[in-house]
Design a protein around this ligand. Structure first.
Ligand code: 13P
Ligand code: SF4
Length: 321
């Protein structure tokens, strides 16, 4: 629409005026991903977003995604202004892993190495020995397992179960889940696979074990996009947030992508393969964040927490460098 076009051109000017860059996750609206690409920002998975936000020369980083992604950017670049379209965009994994309870869990098992998923608050990261994202979790846990120490894993129990199965590592699991991926149904996926027998199944490891077990490729958002490009199949059934179709279609325009089914046992889906918090990001709220006085958009992280959380985050970034 005309209004959107006007907002887009104003955002482009504001990014220049403020020496700002837009960093977007693959689950955000295609309009946002396209705008990030058109303005020298980036569209990425959570590990690449962290690295890009840290390395880019800019005064301001505007993070279109969910809160932990903004916090990670701020922890890695305290000298930058980090803005988000909305500060309300959280994540069910973050909500399901409160600092106090998680700390008690860790304190009860002092001989364990604490590994937390990036989808957590700065306070939970501050308690961890390692932070991981889905693209690097397997390698890091393999490395830790070689050292023979037991691991506390939090908060995603599905990702944890997948990693434990692949590595054989001794992992004590926090019981959290992603409300979006938890809804994918193996039973319905079987039915869909019967209709498209030649389709490859791509699965994000936040999905239940029964769904992961049916996958032809398992990985982070970036890894699934890569699989879609590299695999020979012409049809793909994709078990992750539907925001990812924008990039898959862009990079593999001749292939067909189908949403994996949600809602097992007759239940209707609540999130329907789209994260409600990612959906809070919009062109209007990006404009608001850049044009206002930062209030209600700027990310702050307490200094003491920041310095503690930086240690396990840097371990991850150094490991993957
Ligand atoms: P990725 O690191 O794979 O982008 O995942 C982030 C996320 O929130 C998945 O739900
Ligand atoms: Fe969190 Fe799931 Fe949304 Fe990713 S898709 S941000 S894990 S609730």
């Amino acid at each position: 629409s005309e209004r959107k076009d006007e907002l887009r051109s104003q955002i482009k000017q504001l990014l220049i005026d403020k020496n700002a860059v837009l960093v977007a996750h693959y689950y955000t609206d295609p309009e946002i991903q396209a705008l990030a690409e058109a303005t020298g920002g980036c569209v990425a998975d959570s590990l690449e977003m962290a690295r890009f936000g840290r390395d880019i020369q800019a005064d301001t980083v505007i993070v279109a995604g969910v809160r932990f992604m903004g916090e990670t950017a701020k922890i890695l670049s305290p000298e930058k202004t980090v803005l988000m379209p909305t500060l309300e965009a959280t994540c069910s994994l973050d909500i399901g892993c409160p600092e106090k309870e998680f700390t008690e869990f860790c304190d009860a098992h002092p001989d364990h190495t604490v590994v937390v998923y990036a989808n957590t608050s700065a306070a939970v990261k501050a308690r961890a020995d390692w932070v991981v994202t889905s693209s690097i979790a397997l390698e890091i846990v393999e490395h830790l397992d070689e050292q023979g120490k037991p691991i506390i894993w939090g908060p995603d129990r599905h990702l944890g179960a997948y990693i434990a199965k692949q590595t054989g590592a001794d992992m004590l699991m926090w019981q959290g889940e992603c409300i979006v991926h938890d809804e994918f149904s193996a039973q319905k996926l079987e039915d869909m696979k019967a209709i498209y027998p030649d389709a490859a199944i791509l699965v994000h490891p936040e999905s239940p074990a029964s769904v992961v077990a049916m996958a032809d490729a398992v990985g982070s958002t970036s890894q699934l996009i890569k699989a879609a490009q590299e695999m020979e199949n012409s049809t793909f059934i994709v078990a992750t947030d539907k925001g990812i179709f924008y990039k898959m279609q862009q990079l593999a325009p001749t292939k067909n992508f189908i949403e994996a089914p949600t809602g097992g046992n007759g239940a209707t889906c609540k999130s329907c393969a789209h994260c409600p918090w990612m959906a809070m990001n919009g062109i209007q709220s990006i404009y608001d964040a850049l044009s206002g006085g930062n209030e209600g958009h700027e990310i702050f992280v307490d200094d003491v927490l920041r310095e503690k959380a930086l240690v396990p985050l840097n371990r991850m970034l150094d490991f993957s460098a």
